[in-house]
Design a protein around this ligand. Structure first.
Ligand code: URP
Ligand code: ZN
Ligand code: ZN
Length: 469
């Protein structure tokens, strides 16, 4: 006996059609019109959209930052993902200087063990290739790829902690090209930014607002260009994470026109929050919006929406990096450079993109599926995910396009004391969520609750496909 999702509209990246979907075990067994329901338990989906579960390729669960760790661990973070309609995440295993990639991977597998509630994979964020010529680290990259870690993140920001120099970046890109692995880049010129930060602090400019002013769009555009140019020299594919503004976008488009293999994502907060409105420099509570790259002026949003619509930007990820206001962001009460960077978004990514993207006419429902589900699964080598088709994992999101929802910190699943979107009323929300065939969320009957067993999420080994380019 299977589960038959009946009378819904299946939305794929290329088309939408009224169809039924039969789940058998963990897999999609059949997709077709008016499937026979005899012997199956029926889930009525009239008025609902049947989409692949969301794929969020940019999260930071239980991540050390300064002297604290991000507030969501693998349990609360993946449950919040599921409640919001996301059934696969890719988190960043963060190599601390002096550690090997192997030690880093072990640490992250321990963090997730028995805790992850939806399927997950890992990127390796590399800060160190080991002593001498880096051959140890380059060899470890081969091991990582063999074990399904097929993307490597490099930070061009956060000097002294995470930032790598151009030499390390170039070596890693050479190796990644040989391995068909992806290079994910945090593109900001960290050295220039650090000088501005020191100057601002010396002038007594310590409030959160100055965090944003210290990290210019030009510093992001310069690093975006440099990363893509270095990757292009060696034929590597580069994926720019959290691209925030039109100048960086211009560099991406220019380098792509020149033949570079470059992809990029943006995040919901850059699409709907702005420097003028949310960080005017009036209150310490603006620390809620301290993340990197920072909030930009509103004028950048139109370019980002257009780039999502025309394919210049390929993915929308959350960059979920949650730090509570009361006891974590407050570490930087008197010095913005000590505020842990990041914002909570794993639970709201789909709501925000639907309401401000689809409802506002910037993107079609099919594009929504492409950006949030299909493209991240394809680019990051997970052929079982992100598609409603026979034989694929039955990760299925029943989406209520007209469901009204008010975003509130008090009712969210994320282990946070604030929301970046507090009090916002959105139209469009996850109704039911299946992960490998199991109903793990039913927001229509038990809103905000995760119904599956803690620890049921599986580690996914990914293919090395150079981003599918
Ligand atoms: O502010 C951010 N984005 N924090 C998370 C770490 C990163 O840079 O992605
Ligand atoms: Zn980053
Ligand atoms: Zn991030």
């Amino acid at each position: 006996m299977g589960t038959l999702i009946k009378n819904g509209t299946v939305v794929r990246a290329d088309s939408s059609q009224k169809m039924d979907v039969l789940i058998e075990g963990e897999t999609i067994a059949k997709v077709g019109a008016a499937l026979d329901d005899i012997g199956h338990s029926v889930v009525e989906a009239t008025g609902l959209l049947v989409m692949p579960g969301g794929v969020d390729m940019h999260t930071h669960l239980d991540m050390p930052f300064g002297c604290t760790n991000s507030a969501d661990d693998y349990t609360t973070g993946t449950q919040a993902a599921a409640v919001g309609g996301t059934t696969t995440i890719i988190d960043f295993a963060l190599q601390l200087q002096g550690q090997t990639m192997r030690q880093t991977l072990d640490t992250w597998l321990k963090k997730s063990h028995g805790k992850a509630c939806v399927d997950f994979s890992l990127h390796m964020a590399v800060t160190d290739l080991g002593p001498g010529d880096g051959s140890q680290g380059l060899h470890e990259m081969e091991e990582m790829v063999a074990e399904g870690i097929t993307s490597f993140k490099l930070f061009m920001a956060y000097p002294g902690f995470l930032m790598v120099d151009d030499g390390l970046m170039f070596k890693l890109m050479q190796k990644a090209a040989k391995l068909n692995a992806l290079c994910c880049i945090h593109a900001e010129n960290g050295s220039a930014i650090d000088i501005v930060v020191a100057q601002m602090l010396a002038e007594g400019k310590t409030e959160p607002h100055f965090h944003a002013l210290s990290r210019s769009t030009k510093s992001e555009a310069e690093a975006t260009h440099r990363a893509i140019a270095l990757a292009d020299m060696v034929g590597a594919t580069v994926y720019i994470v959290h691209l925030s503004n039109q100048e960086a976008l211009g560099e991406l488009e220019h380098m792509r026109r020149c033949g570079a293999k470059a992809l990029a994502e943006t995040c919901p907060h850059y699409l709907v929050l702005s420097l003028e409105e949310h960080m005017p420099g009036k209150s310490w509570e603006e620390a809620k919006f301290v993340f990197t790259p920072p909030l930009r002026e509103k004028k950048h949003q139109e370019s980002l929406w257009a780039a999502l619509a025309d394919g210049s930007l390929s993915v929308v990820s959350s960059d979920h990096a949650p730090f509570r206001l009361a006891d974590q962001k407050s570490l930087g009460r008197h010095n913005f450079s000590k505020i842990p960077n990041g914002g909570p978004g794993i639970e709201n990514r789909l709501q925000i993109l639907w309401h401000f993207g689809v409802n506002a006419g910037h993107i079609a429902p099919e594009k929504f599926v492409e950006l949030c589900c299909t493209a991240p699964a394809r680019i990051f080598g997970m052929p079982q995910k992100g598609v409603i088709a026979e034989g694929k994992d039955a990760d299925i999101l029943l989406w209520g396009p007209s469901a009204n929802y008010t975003i509130l910190a008090a009712t969210q699943r994320m282990a946070m004391d604030y929301s970046m979107f507090e009090g916002w009323k959105v139209k469009g929300n996850a109704a039911k969520v299946f992960s490998r065939g199991e109903l793990v969320v039913d927001n229509t009957t038990q809103p905000g609750k995760f119904l599956g067993a803690t620890g049921r999420g599986r580690f996914l080994k990914r293919e090395a496909n150079a981003g599918g380019l």
